[in-house]
Design a protein around this ligand. Structure first.
Ligand SMILES: *Cc1c(COP(=O)(O)O)cnc(C)c1O
Length: 545
């Protein structure tokens, strides 16, 4: 953001978010976790949250509509993406080509998908209205919707995949009635010949408190952002961590006498001589005006009341005799560990829910991401599929800078090329990334104005001297060296070592000798059985401390 604008930031702690996703997905198992990143990930920023979710246990993503799903695809995300709100002009053809899962509530939507004539058939999830009265077929219209889906499936226009609904969260009894309605709808559809691979219902609330509603997948949203879906338990009570901290800085202070009026309408008057501080956040930034008179903010380790009306761009804080200076940090809400308010408290002050408090944070507030790499150095992780390996590579690639060196080790077929391909995508370099065996080193220039990726196969290099002879621009690019152990140490002070291990006893997929053949792990993704990998990440030198 331009240095001239007042400091308004939403700090987004990706490690808190990953902790929440891990916690929730462990709770939901054996159900899978779909992470809702609709509404720009509840105000947190869609793409970074989507990536962090997939890094930490979510296997699919939920967005409201097709344009958001296409944006995730454009960002390189390959995991299943579910979108369910469509108007008559929805881009069903583009959605089908991009392999987006579509929530379907009406026959016209199926007809529109078929009419779009895409080259591939999208998976459809038929929605039954179980009481919320929003989207979803009525029980009366359900058989016709199922028959239409079966006909379009038989004609190859769609793949009938799932049945689903969404809960009203009114009471446990209401939710049980809704679950029964969903089960009945599935039974009716099965009698008509439908077979569902998946049935889903629960969001955060039922995903946490109603195990029988977890079914095949839970669509977690707000809980993953560290805001409780319940009135009677906070996120902290649930073992979840608030993800967003909304902060700014004091831009002016003044000493005023007792009885001094503050802000529009002069609804507030100082009780005694007092210091007032001005903060450049207002309802245009999502601070709810209705919280006037109740809300508190955190400055210099203390809570102070907002004095008078919250305005469009600013509010005033009554500091009393508190020692606060221009430039001091103001936390509107955050984790709450030190006593700063939480989004949940703001929800109470504004007579709303925490979801609204975070989702309404406005576009002038810069999102700043903390802990962008997943406690990377020193960690050991299981990577279950080639898709996850690709995502893992991407998540690392997105955080690398010129001068970074990665030493990549693993048997033939371990997934080195899959990893590096993801890494290249995360960096935004020109592909395709393939094994550099025959050329020793290949340079992939950046498509986004960043550093190039230099991909080196050091298998046949006898010494660090030979590696040096390749004249690689270590300072100006990101260098990935396969088989680089024992060579890179002489050329780079800092490097990240990534060791990919296959499970004990799993043979090399290609069966050929390392170094004499191209790394076949890309091909392996297609036909060999998928075996989990263990990945060890260790750092050497200042950069990776
Ligand atoms: C928003 C939404 C979710 C996630 O709900 P939370 O209560 O935030 O967990 C899941 N499914 C649908 C259809 C939604 O609209």
């Amino acid at each position: 953001m331009s240095g001239a604008a007042p400091d308004r930031e939403a700090l987004i702690d990706l490690e808190a978010f990953r902790h929440n996703v891990r916690t929730l997905s462990a709770l939901a198992r054996p159900a899978d976790t779909m992470l809702a990143v609709k509404a720009d990930a509840y105000g947190h920023g869609m793409v970074p949250m989507a990536r962090a979710a997939l890094e930490s246990g979510a296997t699919s993503l939920a967005v409201l509509d097709i344009p958001a799903a296409l944006e995730l695809r454009a960002a390189g995300i390959t995991a299943p993406i579910f979108a369910w709100m469509h108007d008559p002009d929805a881009l069903f053809g583009e959605a089908a080509e991009a392999d987006i899962d579509l929530g379907i509530s009406a026959v016209w939507q199926l007809d529109a998908i078929a009419a779009a004539g895409a080259s591939r058939a999208p998976r459809v999830h038929l929605k039954i209205d179980t009481g919320l009265s929003r989207n979803g077929s009525t029980e009366a219209d359900w058989p016709a919707l199922v028959r239409s889906a079966l006909a379009h499936d038989a004609a190859g226009a769609v793949k009938l995949h799932a049945a689903w609904s969404h809960l009203a969260d009114a009471s446990p009894e209401d939710d049980r009635v809704a679950l029964d309605k969903l089960h009945r709808a599935v039974a009716v559809a099965e009698e008509l010949g439908a077979r569902f691979e998946l049935v889903h219902l629960a969001a955060s609330s039922a995903g946490i408190r109603m195990p029988e509603a977890r079914l095949g997948v839970v669509r977690f949203g707000i809980a993953a952002y560290g805001v409780s879906p319940f009135d009677d338990e906070s996120a902290r009570d649930l073992g979840l961590r608030p993800v967003m901290t909304l902060r700014s800085r004091v831009v002016s202070t003044k000493r005023v006498p007792a009885g001094h009026g503050v802000s529009y309408g002069l609804t507030y008057r100082t009780e005694r001589e007092s210091t007032l501080a001005l903060v450049p956040l207002g309802y245009a930034d999502g601070i709810p005006r209705i919280a006037t008179g109740r809300a508190r903010v955190w400055i210099g380790g203390r809570r102070y009341p907002i004095a008078g009306r919250i305005a469009m761009d600013q509010f005033v804080v009554d500091l009393g005799d508190g020692a606060v200076e221009v430039g001091d940090e103001v936390v509107v809400f955050g984790e709450g560990d030190d006593g700063e308010p939480t989004a949940e408290e703001w929800a109470g002050w504004a007579e709303t829910i925490g979801d609204e408090i975070v989702a309404r944070v406005g576009p002038r507030v810069e999102r700043v991401y903390l802990n962008t790499t997943d406690a990377l150095v020193g960690s050991v992780r299981e990577i279950a599929t080639p898709e996850e390996m690709h995502e893992f590579g991407r998540s690392i690639g997105a955080t690398l800078a010129a001068g970074d060196v990665i030493v990549l080790s693993g048997d033939l077929g371990a997934g080195k090329t899959t990893f590096t391909r993801g890494l290249g995508e995360g960096m935004g370099v020109r592909g395709p990334v393939t094994s550099p065996t025959f050329v020793l080193a290949r340079t992939h220039p950046s498509l986004v104005g960043g550093p190039a990726l230099v991909h080196v196969d050091a298998y046949r290099l006898g010494s660090a001297l030979e590696l040096d002879d390749l004249d690689i621009d270590f300072a100006g690019s990101v260098v990935v060296v396969e088989w680089g152990r024992g060579l890179v140490e002489a050329l780079a002070e800092s490097f990240l070592a990534i060791d990919i291990e296959r499970p004990h006893g799993a043979g090399a997929g290609g069966g050929s000798d390392a170094g004499t053949d191209a790394d076949v792990d890309g091909a392996e993704a297609g036909d060999a059985p998928v075996e989990p990998r263990t990945v060890r990440i260790t750092g050497t030198g200042e950069r990776w401390r």
